[in-house]
Every structure is written in C-alpha cells, then in structure tokens.
Design a protein around this ligand. Structure first.
Ligand SMILES: *Cc1c(COP(=O)(O)O)cnc(C)c1O
Length: 390
C-alpha cells in the first residue's frame, strides 16, 4: 500500500553548502579515510559536547561493540540494559560475553531511572547501559550517583538523543562512554551510516584509535626503515593484558566532513522537531486516552513522536489511520520477548512498564522535513480517527 504519509519517508534534506562540501571533499581528501576531516569532525564534536575525547566510527552499533569490548567482561559479569530499546543497545554486550539483566522503564518518560536500575543490581553487575530513548535524556545525575556507589561502568546509548541536555550538560557526556548515531533515521545523518563514541578516561581514549583501525595508529615520530610494513601497535598489557582484538570501524572522510557541517544546525533541527511535537501534543489535548510525554525544554529532542493508549484501542487506531493514508507503527519490541534473546536464555524480565508501553504505544511519522501542510493533515486525520474511536 502506498501511504500519503509514510512512516519512513524521505527524512533529510541537505543545504547547498552541505552538498558542496561532499563534492569538494570527495575530490580533495587524501586519503579518503582517517585524514584531516576525521580529525576536525572529532574536534568539533568535542567542542559541541564539551568533552575531551570523541571518535568517529562507521555506526553506533560499532561504538557499542567497542564499549562492550572495553568493559572486559569476565564469566558471569552482568550488564543492566533496558528491555525497551532498539536491539543494537543489547547484543554487542552478549557478543562480548556479558550476561544481560533487563531493566524496566518509567512508564511516563519511557526511559530507565535510578530506581528501575537499582532493583537490577547484584554483586555481579559490572556495567549499566542507559538509553535516552526517543530523544529524552534520562536522569543522569541520579544514575551516576548510583553507579558511583556501586562502582559500575556507565554506557549512554545516545543514538537518538544528540543535543538533548539535562541541567545544561549533554546526554552522552555523563558516563564512561557516550554513543551517537548518524544513521539515516536519526536527527542528522552522515549519508546513511555513521557514529561517534565519547570516552571519558584519557588512557582508554588513547587506545580507541587502534581498536578502530586494525590495531594500527599513526606514529608520532619518523620511523626508521619506514619501507618495512608497520606492525600493529595495539599492545597494552598493563591495561588489558593483550586481550583486545582490533576492528575496522572507521568512517570515511566525506562522511566526516558532512557530519562536521551538520553539527552547525543540529540544534535548529532539534528545536524544529520539539516545536512540532509540542504543537501536536497540545492540539490533541482533549483526547485524554492518548498519553504523550510533553517536555518543553532541551531535555527532549523529540527524535520520535510517540504516545500510549490507555484504553487498549491502539491497533484499531493504527488500522484506521492507515486507511486514511497515515502509516503509524509500533516500536521497540521488548527485547526479552524477542525470539533471538529468548533462545539465548534472556526471556525473563520483570518489566511491567516496558510491556505496558510496548503493548499500547504508537509512533507517528515525524520527519523534520515533512512540509507544514502534510503535518497539519496528519493532525486533522488523527483528530478525526480519535473522534471516531471515542
Ligand atoms: C539507531 C540506534 C542504534 C544503532 O545505531 P546505528 O548507527 O544504526 O548502528 C543504537 N541504539 C539506539 C537506541 C538506536 O536508536
């Protein structure tokens, strides 16, 4: 079926300057990977986030895999992960040998809290993955206090939350690691794929370039007998006892150059999305059977626009919307209910709010380049369908 308002329509447009950057760097960059544009993208990202170390990567899943690798899980070590998130928040940790404990979410904000995490902590817990889902920054100050008390590593999956802040500090800059995505579906994209990893610790930051690129990194001196091939210089027994295998997770120069440019308007994009989300929520205020999370501040970047039905009419609603050309969807299958995780032994979870949210949630088409008329049409159709259902 062809939808008038598809869920995943064209989600981005690029300015003339951004298009020119791509063409220019495509012809000018040498090499086309790991060069000056990677360096300046990382520097600009650090400035934007107010952090010391950030590394451009081919996507956020690779960033999460690096985090999992750097956690160095031993047999039986546990990591706490929300059951309500995208699958990429979780499986990199399974690959690296951790045991997952599913954390519930707060039904109103749809993210984890210090309280939902605390009930999952055991003597085996080594790390926590906090996901700022839908673009809403979880209560990081409280979560960091809890993590300190229990000596836990904190990974912030900020794939959806670039630019979201709490108390003036960016999502992704509180924990030991902060992960960002520039996938096509996110608020900004480096041509389909892309990611960034923020690392807090200086020593760990010094080995990420090697882990990112086959165990190699630049030599800071002129090598004697330069014609001999450089041997991998990933050798940090004092840190990890030589237990780290490298990867190739690099992002190309053209993508880096575009990413750097897009950082100039990410806050504008976020502000536009927030304004629209608030308009949508306010216009539907009378329909109290639909529960939105209304946040009139930069704590939410409204990457996605979601709501929860309190009267079990979700599926009928989506069907009726679909008949009128609007393609709403349901998102984030609770991971413990996913066959993949169940078969791996992770089918058990005490996450009633995550289950409730998933079973009653709806996600609206919400690209920031949707034109105003289409957006108004979506509001009108939503009102009509809700009135029919009442
Ligand atoms: C998109 C997303 C990812 C994965 O990002 P990629 O860049 O596509 O690898 C991870 N976690 C969350 C919450 C996401 O939304």
């Amino acid at each position: 079926m062809k939808y008038k308002i598809p869920f995943s329509g064209r989600a981005h447009s690029f300015t003339k300057e951004e298009q020119d950057t791509v063409i220019e760097v495509m012809q000018k960059a040498n090499p086309l990977t790991q060069g000056v544009y990677q360096e300046s993208f990382q520097k600009k990202f650090c400035n934007f986030m107010d952090v010391d170390y950030a590394f451009a990567l081919n996507n956020a899943t690779s960033a999460l895999e690096l985090c999992a690798q750097l956690c160095q899980f031993n047999l039986g070590d546990e990591v706490i992960i929300p059951s309500h998130t995208y699958t990429a928040s979780a499986y990199p940790f399974l690959k690296k040998g951790a045991k997952i404990i599913w954390s519930d979410i707060d039904l109103e904000t749809r993210v984890v809290t210090a309280k939902t995490i605390e009930s999952c902590i055991t003597s085996k817990t080594k790390a926590i993955v906090v996901v700022h889902l839908y673009g809403y920054c979880a209560d990081m100050p409280k979560i960091m206090q809890l993590a300190k008390r229990h000596n836990l590593l904190v990974i912030e999956d900020s794939a959806q939350a670039i630019g979201a802040k709490i108390k003036g500090k960016m999502a992704g800059t509180f924990g030991d690691f902060g992960v960002f995505s520039f996938h096509s579906h996110k608020n900004i994209t480096t041509l389909g794929e892309g990611g960034m990893l923020i690392v807090k610790d200086e020593k760990i930051a010094s080995i990420v370039p090697l882990l990112r690129h086959h165990g190699h990194c630049d030599f800071s001196y002129d090598r004697k007998n330069y014609w001999l091939p450089a041997m991998g210089n990933l050798d940090f027994p004092e840190l990890y006892g030589n237990k780290l295998w490298p990867n190739n997770f690099c992002l190309g120069e053209v993508e880096c150059a575009l990413g750097e440019k897009l950082l100039e308007r990410v806050e504008l994009i976020n502000a536009d999305k927030r304004k629209r989300a608030l308009q949508f929520i306010d216009e539907l205020k009378e329909f109290t059977e639909l529960e939105f999370h209304r946040v009139d501040s930069t704590r939410h970047n409204y990457h996605l626009l979601v709501a929860r039905f309190i009267d079990k009419k979700r599926d009928t609603f989506i069907e009726k919307m679909s008949k009128k050309g609007v393609q709403c969807v349901v998102q984030y299958y609770p991971l413990n209910r996913y066959d993949f995780y169940r078969k791996a032994g992770y089918g058990d979870a005490k996450c009633p709010s995550a289950d409730n949210f998933y079973d009653n949630m709806v996600s609206f088409p919400f690209s920031h380049i949707m034109d105003n008329q289409t957006f108004e049409d979506m509001i009108d159709i939503t009102k009509t369908v809700l009135s029919e259902l009442a």
